[in-house]
Design a protein around this ligand. Structure first.
Ligand SMILES: Cc1ncc(COP(=O)(O)O)c(C=O)c1O
Length: 325
């Protein structure tokens, strides 16, 4: 199925390659008991792993191939969902993946993820800290070159201007679901913020679609600077990419007021459990929605806290981004 971005800006069909990795749209439903709408983006994907990272890979894998790269080098924590999705879908499409992983608290959730990463065929470099990763970078690039080409370098979470297109596309998809009556227009759309690409892409996509819904991002990562100016810069870079590739965009308001971010749910830090997240996960489980402790449980805790404080309106749409299979 033609992606919404190509439908809306036909010039992009020639200049911005897309690789469909999933059926679409992902379903939306009202979550009984919690009074919240959910978009099931964990269902996005075709194989061993799903979720928000796969939407980014639909644009990143063809971009890597267009540049003649045979390998990807990217970064994350020990339990990285992003690294796993990249390894699985990259392998399917002829790209080897190397991962430089920094430490995060190890619990059964992370241990299970590390097992999947080891089985994925990715080359794993345990670089432990951000500073060591930066120091190792020249060596990592040489070590993971393939076919005489350097690896395609991707930031943590795949949140490059190209990767963000996955959530611009998701924003257009949500707008289409509002238009066809599957979903009432959300007052707020709530999502976890780990590297920012998902929230930035949605905010840009809503503006392109003329949807009034506001993005409320729940920051779960204290290892990166994630504030409105950073997310706005990412959205601007993505908008510029679209223009450079031939899209004629409407007037956009890409400024810090374009989305709301809260840092209230980080707790002791990235990957550290919180009581509020555990409570939110229990409530969601009772309503038939399984949340992970690192991202989506904290995001749901944020949604419930913001709603209790009257800081987000009805209806709220929760984007469920986690996709274990
Ligand atoms: C399950 C899950 N939800 C949400 C996010 C956040 O997405 P982003 O990195 O685009 O902010 C991530 C990754 O960081 C994730 O793995």
């Amino acid at each position: 199925m033609t992606p919404h971005l190509h439908q809306r800006f036909p010039a992009l069909a020639e200049t911005l390659p897309h690789l469909a990795l999933s059926e679409r749209p992902t379903p939306v439903r009202e979550l009984g008991g919690l009074g919240v709408w959910v978009k099931e983006d964990g269902a996005f994907g075709s194989g061993g792993w799903g979720g928000n990272k796969v939407r980014k890979l639909e644009w990143l894998i063809p971009d890597a191939r267009r540049r003649g790269r045979r390998s990807i080098l990217t970064f994350g924590g020990l339990g990285t969902n992003w690294g796993l999705a990249t390894a699985l879908y990259g392998r399917e499409h002829g790209l080897e993946t190397a991962l430089a992983l920094v430490d995060q608290p190890i619990d059964e959730h992370v241990r299970a993820q590390l097992g999947r990463l080891e089985a994925s065929g990715a080359r794993i470099h345990r670089s432990h800290t951000k500073a060591r990763t930066v120091a190792m970078l020249p060596w990592l690039i040489v070590r993971n070159a393939r076919g005489g080409r350097p690896p395609y370098l991707l930031p943590a979470g795949g949140s490059s201007a190209v990767g963000v297109l996955g959530y611009v596309e998701a924003g257009l998809e949500i707008a289409a679901q509002v238009e066809d009556g599957s979903l009432p227009e959300p007052a707020h759309v709530v999502v976890a913020v780990g590297t920012g690409g998902t929230a930035a892409g949605l905010a840009l996509g809503f503006q392109l679609a003329g949807l009034r819904s506001r993005v409320a991002g729940i920051v779960v990562n204290d290892q990166l600077r994630l504030d409105p100016p950073v997310l706005v810069r990412l959205a601007r870079r993505t908008a510029k990419l679209l223009e450079r590739r031939g899209a004629r965009l409407p007037r956009l308001r890409l400024e810090p007021g374009m989305l709301d971010l809260t840092r209230d749910q980080i707790g002791a830090g990235y990957g550290h459990r919180t009581e509020a997240a555990a409570r939110a996960a229990d409530l969601a489980a009772a309503a038939g929605l399984a949340l992970d402790p690192v991202y989506t449980a904290k995001a749901m805790a944020g949604l419930l806290a913001l709603r209790d404080a009257g800081r987000i309106g009805d209806p709220a749409l929760f984007v469920h981004t986690d996709g274990p299979r």
